[in-house]
Design a protein around this ligand. Structure first.
Ligand SMILES: Nc1ncnc2c1ncn2[C@@H]1O[C@H](COP(=O)(O)OP(=O)(O)OP(=O)(O)O)[C@@H](O)[C@H]1O
Ligand SMILES: [Mg+2]
Length: 592
């Protein structure tokens, strides 16, 4: 039987080897970065010892101490047939004494990741990412750069991947429910029509059709609201867990309707490729992906509308932010109570987050002569190895150094300002930040996702934000908050942009970080009034905490916890924003 017979047309021996090699290289690199493994360099090249087994490879070491491993060069000694993630995991389990339950579950997530990688590899061989627009690009990205099981999607099989995974490129039509208003919590500040949807979100025909179906079941807008639900979520989670409400008529199932949407890289947020200005909708999807189940927690989702409006106001009023930092505002949100699980103390969080929705304005609704590119795209390379961002350097007719300079000034510096001037920590990773390009040049950032990814300093006054929303936001001490930017933006995102540029010889990492450090210092000089904030959130200090997501996964295991997993620290991290400016700049150039 061939892979094609099984609906796996992209599974060829050659491609399987290629995606395995890439993932093996990533696991070795990130585990070394997190301090779980140590790599040595000798006359035979780089080597990582895993007990009686050695992995040898060609690599360069970057300014974070990270390894850029050449996937094609990796060899296992003694050889064990073709390069396989399955073999590496067995080696790791023995060498690191990992427990069997964790390793077994983890291996499953890695195998799922490889299935997605097959599809992405096949499609990217035929296109250039730089030629695609934002929605199409998001379907073909490599996924979370640090969590090696970056596309785990536990709970999905081939059918679900074909229908709902972004890389399949298939449109998804949502299912609809009429939900009794007594069961649904509306976000304060919602801008909605009589059916509880953002004005004009549904075309008139779809709305009329849903109104007809609702009326046939005795549901009218005075007592019910319409709610979209992901088709998989409906059959797998909502129908079984809300059977009481379905039986009592508090929820009616209305079937499929409305536009065909495309899932973005987060799986659970959808955009309309045919009507780009249509608001994006984010839906709970209780599939486990990169560390947690992707449902929608009530408090966070309901706070988003007011929070994004408040943040938008700050960004518009402050000349240090306007017009560079812009907010993808939330228009409406709803969360549907799960009474049975609310009453069960200690039940896993995933059971309380299964039904609801949030709408946020589409980038295209705000931008006229500009476009957006997810920050994560800047870490990607085309099939021929060229960093994707080289395309926009050419379009802007500027050098790579000038281009990243514009990126730091117009994207990183405003985020830094938000933290230091307001005590607002925003997890500025590559999926939450989009770079705004004008004629190919970065002119600003569009930020989104205020459902837990925006936090406040313990003493931040949050002036102008109502008490209920303020209470819903997590407060963190300065030493933790600084990592929303340091870890989220630098370690998780810019580290990989710098890698792509360094690996292809377009820009040395030392120049990349020296330019970033220079931009931050320049920002400090321009705003002496925030000196105490700059001291408090000192991104330029010699050492930082190393936040390790794969270690966190190992520590949490796959227990069905009531809470989401917490970060775990590795050995302290020498800060390249300090070292490239203060040390002699020869970071392993010999191994280039
Ligand atoms: N480069 C990336 N950086 C971070 N996360 C990524 C990246 N690529 C893909 N992802 C995926 O995107 C999701 C990021 O999680 P996050 O909570 O920020 O977003 P979300 O709440 O799911 O969606 P949205 O940002 O649309 O509100 C995860 O599922 C993660 O695996
Ligand atoms: Mg996000």
């Amino acid at each position: 039987m061939t892979g094609e017979d099984e609906g796996l047309a992209t599974l060829t021996a050659q491609r399987w080897e290629r995606v395995n090699r890439r993932l093996v290289a990533r696991v070795l690199a990130e585990f070394t970065y997190e301090g779980l493994l140590s790599a040595t360099f000798d006359s035979d090249g780089w080597r990582i010892e895993l007990g009686a087994t050695d992995y040898r490879f060609t690599a360069t070491r970057g300014v974070w101490g990270q390894l850029r491993i050449e996937p094609a060069s990796v060899e296992r000694h003694p050889a064990a047939g073709p390069m396989r993630v399955t073999v590496l995991m067995t080696d790791l389990a023995t060498a690191l004494s990992l427990d069997g339950a964790t390793t077994g579950n983890w291996l499953q997530e890695l195998q799922h990741t490889l299935l997605a990688d097959l599809q992405i590899d096949a499609r990217r061989a035929r296109i250039r990412l730089a030629d695609l627009d934002d929605i199409e690009q998001q379907a073909l990205l490599s996924g979370h750069p640090k969590l090696v099981a970056s596309k785990g999607r536990v709970g999905w099989g081939l059918d679900e991947l074909a229908r709902f995974a972004p890389e399949s490129g298939e449109p998804v039509q949502l299912q609809w429910l009429a939900v009794a208003r007594t069961l649904a919590s509306e976000a304060p500040g919602n801008q909605i029509d009589r059916w509880g949807l953002p004005q004009g979100w549904l075309d008139a025909d779809s709305q009329n059709e849903l109104t007809r179906r609702a009326a046939a079941r005795g549901a009218d807008p005075a007592r019910y609201r319409l709610l979209p639900v992901h088709p998989w979520q409906w059959q797998r989670w909502v129908a079984p867990l809300y059977a009481d409400a379905l039986a009592s008529g508090e929820i009616h199932f209305l079937g499929a309707a409305g536009p065909a949407l495309r899932p973005l890289v987060s799986l659970r947020t959808f955009a309309d490729v045919h009507a780009r200005e249509r608001a994006h909708v984010k839906l709970p999807l209780s599939v486990r992906n990169t560390s947690c189940y992707r449902g929608l927690p009530g408090d966070a989702i309901l706070a988003g509308v007011r929070l994004s409006a408040w943040l938008d106001g700050i960004c518009r009023r402050d000349p240090a932010l306007h017009p560079r930092l812009r907010v993808q505002r939330e228009l409406a949100a709803v969360h549907v109570r799960q009474r049975a699980y609310e009453a069960l103390d200690g039940a896993p969080y995933r059971f309380r987050e299964t039904l609801g929705a949030a709408w946020r304005e589409a980038p295209a609704a705000r931008l006229v002569s500009e476009r957006t590119v997810l920050l994560a795209v800047l870490a990607e390379r085309e099939a021929d190895g060229t960093p994707v961002l080289a395309h926009w350097c050419r379009q802007a007719d500027c050098s790579v150094a000038a281009w990243v300079g514009a990126l730091f000034r117009n994207v990183s510096a405003p985020l830094y300002h938000l933290l230091c001037a307001y005590g607002i920590g925003f997890i500025a990773h590559g999926q939450n930040v989009a770079v705004i390009l004008r004629d190919g040049l970065p002119v600003g950032a569009l930020i989104k996702d205020f459902h837990g990814d925006l936090r406040l300093a313990e003493d931040a006054p949050a002036i102008g934000l109502d008490a209920v929303t303020t209470a819903a936001i997590k407060r963190l001490p300065a030493d933790h908050l600084v990592h929303d930017l340091y870890t989220g933006h630098l370690v998780t995102t810019l580290r990989f942009v710098g890698d792509a540029l360094a690996a292809s010889g377009l820009l040395r990492e030392e120049r990349f970080y020296a330019a970033l450090a220079h931009t931050l210092r320049e920002h400090q000089e321009q705003h002496p009034e925030y000196a105490s904030g700059f001291r408090r959130y000192d991104l330029l200090r010699p050492r930082m905490a190393r936040v390790c997501v794969n270690r966190a996964l190992l520590a949490a295991g796959y227990d069905d916890s009531a809470e989401r997993p917490l970060p775990v620290l590795g050995p302290p991290l020498d800060n390249p924003l300090y070292t490239v400016v203060h040390a002699t700049p020869t970071v392993d150039a010999t191994h280039d």
